[in-house]
Design a protein around this ligand. Structure first.
Ligand code: HEM
Length: 419
């Protein structure tokens, strides 16, 4: 079928709410987006969203799309130039840009995220993790989010960027609210949502403006100093780009990994046999983390704009269309994964031949923080599984947080300290 045969006003056979595949603040849907994604992938792998945009859910189509060097959004969508500098700023984060701008922005910070540079943080991540577990060990109860999943990545991204770690509580609400900017930038979201995003963006913008002014002339060996010196260089980075990369890195490094550690531990607790396997074989930690990303990742989707007519699943997507790629749907595609609905901590073990999951996206925009996210979660999840026994969820259902992503807000548990 070609695009001319697609009736753009047709209601999708499998209505999935919202552009991103998740209705904001809908806990039941965040708990299980997978049944709806499965039905979409089976019935309409190339689909029109309720807003009339393109959305795809099959693994091979998504791989094909991501490998093309195209931007994350149309630059004009939903933005009123000169009206809202913080929101405009979000549009110049590297994820929304095409090469060569994307290449220039990514190059400035990529050295800090190489496997070698990230591996050097291992002792620090271990120290932070163990001191967090020490604090709760005697009490036999904790909130997996506020006592572990949030402070590990929050502390790390603050130290990497050069943001005072004691300010991390200030960011929690701002970064969660700012993620809805992905909708608001596209003219989606109700008035309350627009207000929430604007308030968070203005707070983040103000905070970083002050921080950057204070850091000028007083550089350190952190990422913020690298970005400031690129801006002072004149033609490498302009002031809005500087703010946007700093804020974008904070949000990307903060929200997402909370979701990986939180969802990963919830999934392990709900699959006691898999948890026991991991405890008995600590060397399975890297495989278990990949499986957590595949099975219950925090980022359900990413976006591309096609710059030329593109064939996907038998449809020709016209030039300049925005396409939402449902990564979480692709991660359970039975054409690619054996027994995809099964959570299996050995799936990515050495010697097994399994397709990569798509939770970090792909192509030129492949997640820059993937090594950091893996290191943090491998250590945090590995340590708690070794140290605490009989972990039990106090509530059956997860209490979801305020972000657009699938990130928990609170996961109270009880446990027995084995040490
Ligand atoms: C579990 C944790 C994480 C997940 C699931 C995740 C997922 C993603 C996804 C899906 C994308 C879009 C990729 C695409 O469109 O092809 C992305 C981009 C990005 N992520 Fe992550 N991320 C995580 C952690 C991090 C961390 C810790 C950082 C560190 C700062 C980070 C920094 C970035 C950056 C800078 C981009 C934009 C890259 C570009 O456009 O070139 N992420 N991430």
């Amino acid at each position: 079928m070609s695009s001319s045969e697609v009736n753009r006003t047709e209601t999708p056979k499998t209505p999935i709410p919202g552009w991103y595949g998740l209705e904001p603040d809908d806990g039941a849907q965040a708990e299980d987006p997978y049944s709806a994604f499965k039905s979409l992938r089976e019935n309409q792998p190339v689909n029109l969203t309720p807003e009339g945009g393109w959305r795809i859910s099959g693994y091979n189509d998504i791989q094909h799309l991501l490998r093309r060097a195209v931007a994350g959004m149309r630059q004009t969508d939903g933005l009123i130039p000169g009206q809202n500098a913080p929101l405009e700023g979000a549009g110049v984060f590297m994820l929304m840009q095409d090469p060569p701008t994307h290449t220039r922005l990514r190059k400035l910070v990529k050295k800090a995220f190489t496997p070698r540079a990230i591996e050097a943080w291992r002792p620090r991540v271990e120290k932070i993790t163990h001191s967090l577990l020490d604090r709760v060990a005697a009490s036999g109860q904790m909130d997996l989010v506020s006592d572990l999943a949030r402070p590990v990545p929050a502390t790390l991204i603050c130290e990497l960027l050069g943001v005072p770690t004691e300010d991390q509580d200030t960011f929690t609400d701002w970064t969660a609210d700012a993620t809805h900017g992905l909708l608001v930038m596209r003219g989606l979201g109700d008035e309350a949502m627009v207000k929430r995003v604007e308030a968070a963006s203005i707070s983040l913008f103000g905070y970083f403006t002050n921080l950057i002014e204070a850091r000028r002339g007083n550089p350190s060996d952190d990422l913020l100093s690298v970005l400031i010196s690129a801006e002072e260089d004149g033609d490498k980075l302009d002031p809005i780009e500087l703010l946007s990369q700093s804020i974008g890195l904070l949000i990307a490094g903060f929200e997402t990994t909370i979701g990986l550690i939180g969802n990963g531990l919830t999934t392990l607790i709900r699959h006691p046999d898999e948890l026991r396997k991991l405890r008995a074989n600590p060397e399975l930690a890297p495989s278990a983390i990949e499986e957590c990303l595949r099975y219950s990742g925090p980022i359900l989707a990413t976006v591309r704009v096609v710059h030329e007519p593109t064939m996907l699943g038998g449809y020709e997507i016209p030039t300049d269309s925005e396409v939402v790629a449902l990564l979480a749907a692709a991660n359970r595609d039975p054409e690619v994964f054996e027994d995809p609905e099964r959570f299996d901590v050995t799936r990515y073990a050495k010697g097994r031949d399994t397709a990569p999951h798509l939770s970090f996206g792909g192509g030129v925009h492949f997640c820059l923080g993937a090594h950091l996210a893996r290191l943090e979660s491998e250590i945090a999840i590995g340590a708690i599984v070794q140290r605490f026994d009989e972990m039990k969820l106090v509530n059956e259902a997860t209490e979801w947080g305020a972000s657009l992503f699938r990130v928990p807000g609170r996961i109270p548990i009880t446990f027995v300290d084995r040490t």
